[in-house]
Design a protein around this ligand. Structure first.
Ligand SMILES: Cc1cc2nc3c(=O)[nH]c(=O)nc-3n(C[C@H](O)[C@H](O)[C@H](O)COP(=O)(O)OP(=O)(O)OC[C@H]3O[C@@H](n4cnc5c(N)ncnc54)[C@H](O)[C@@H]3O)c2cc1C
Ligand code: SF4
Length: 330
């Protein structure tokens, strides 16, 4: 581990100023991802600015009926919150499917969103990796790709985004609130993370020094009928091969509206807009679910080593919708 300075931010403006004025500085949340990267040599910051004592540790109702989640809310507290469990069960389930109890006790909402890919070559500083060392090449191409992308990848990078929580937030139309050198921004979660393109080193649209302060959930009544389903190599303590976040609005056996997102398939949480479009107005049947899944996965391009993913994603999406449609009205 290389030496670095540490300071505790006094308030959000202090945190933003400290990181903005130091090119090699980074915010420190729970440290469950960043500290691993320090140990591995993947991150070499000059300064860590601890933001865990800032007053962003609350879950509050918004005037319009939505909910604001402070960026410092720990993953365990968010998963257990009664309002979240009742109104957005998909979010609670996604959080509980990730990491372990001990990690969730430390991990923050802001840090979870900005955790970096688990691509084994990204984490191994002896291997070429365009994300870690731009222009060095992509070791995953022709290498181990079981966990890699099938949608929206580029020839520079085929990594996937690892967060379960972000997949649920993508389906829920969440909005990320930030404070940066230019003031406050509100960024729809679907636009926070980037596809790799020619710049895989940039995971998100955030600027250096832009602090996540909160995540807003809209008032989405039908999200009470929502679910997260995660397929992985072990029943716990494993990242998603494929995951599905889904919410359904049903009336008289038909689908009025749907919110769907996929995890484990792309460089960002993959909002399944084609599948949503196919479902709107359709009968809530196996046939409709299958057609929606086909529409979404039509562009999937598996790599040698993850050919199983497109059918797995289709089947997981269908199974999730079938379960949701079969639920009793609450
Ligand atoms: C063994 C293991 C298994 C795991 N399994 C899963 C899993 O199955 N599913 C899953 O989703 N996750 C999993 N995780 C990842 C875990 O969820 C993340 O490490 C955690 O959510 C990161 O949150 P943190 O607060 O600790 O972030 P940190 O490590 O503190 O920070 C992560 C990044 O976010 C930045 N950051 C932190 N807070 C802010 C902020 N407010 N504004 C702007 N930038 C900020 C940091 O600078 C850093 O770049 C696992 C982790 C481990 C170690
Ligand atoms: S897939 Fe992306 S993160 Fe993995 S080695 Fe290639 S460039 Fe690096």
């Amino acid at each position: 581990m290389i030496p670095f300075d540490y300071r505790r931010a006094e308030d959000a403006a202090d945190a933003v100023a400290a990181v903005t004025t130091t090119p090699g500085a980074a915010f420190l949340g729970g440290g469950t991802n960043l500290v691993d990267h320090l140990r591995l040599g993947v991150a070499e910051p000059d300064l860590l600015v601890d933001v865990t004592r800032l007053p962003f540790d609350r879950i509050e109702r918004l005037p319009g009926g939505g909910v604001r989640i402070g960026a410092g809310v720990r993953n365990s507290d968010l998963a257990a919150d009664p309002l979240i469990r009742q109104r957005y069960p998909v979010l609670s389930q996604a959080l509980l499917s990730g990491a372990s109890g001990q990690l969730r006790n430390l991990a923050t909402t802001g840090g979870n969103l900005l955790q970096r890919t688990r691509c084994v070559y990204f984490q191994d500083v002896t291997m070429p990796c365009n994300k870690r060392a731009p222009g060095s090449g992509c070791s995953a191409l022709g290498g181990y790709t079981r966990y890699h992308a099938i949608l929206g990848a580029s020839e520079r990078c085929v990594a996937t985004h690892p967060s379960d929580m972000a997949v649920a937030l993508s389906a829920l139309d969440a909005v990320v609130v930030t404070q940066g050198p230019g003031g406050e921004r509100r960024i729809p979660l679907v636009g926070l993370h980037r596809l790799p393109g020619d710049e895989p080193e940039r995971d998100t649209v955030l600027e250096h020094g832009e602090l996540i302060t909160a995540v807003d959930l809209p008032d989405l009544a039908f999200a009470a009928r929502s679910r997260y389903r995660k397929v992985r190599d072990r029943a716990s303590y494993a990242f998603a091969l494929v995951s599905v976040a889904a919410a359904l609005d049903l009336a008289d056996g038909r689908i009025r509206d749907a919110r769907l997102a996929l995890g484990g398939v792309a460089h960002k949480p993959w909002r399944a807009v084609r599948a949503e479009e196919a479902l709107r107005g359709a009968p809530a049947t196996e046939e409709s679910f299958r057609a929606a899944a086909e529409a979404e996965l039509d562009d999937a391009r598996p790599l040698d080593g993850n050919e199983f993913k497109p059918p797995l994603a289709r089947n997981t999406l269908v199974a999730t919708l079938r379960d949701l449609a079969g639920e009793e009205d609450r």
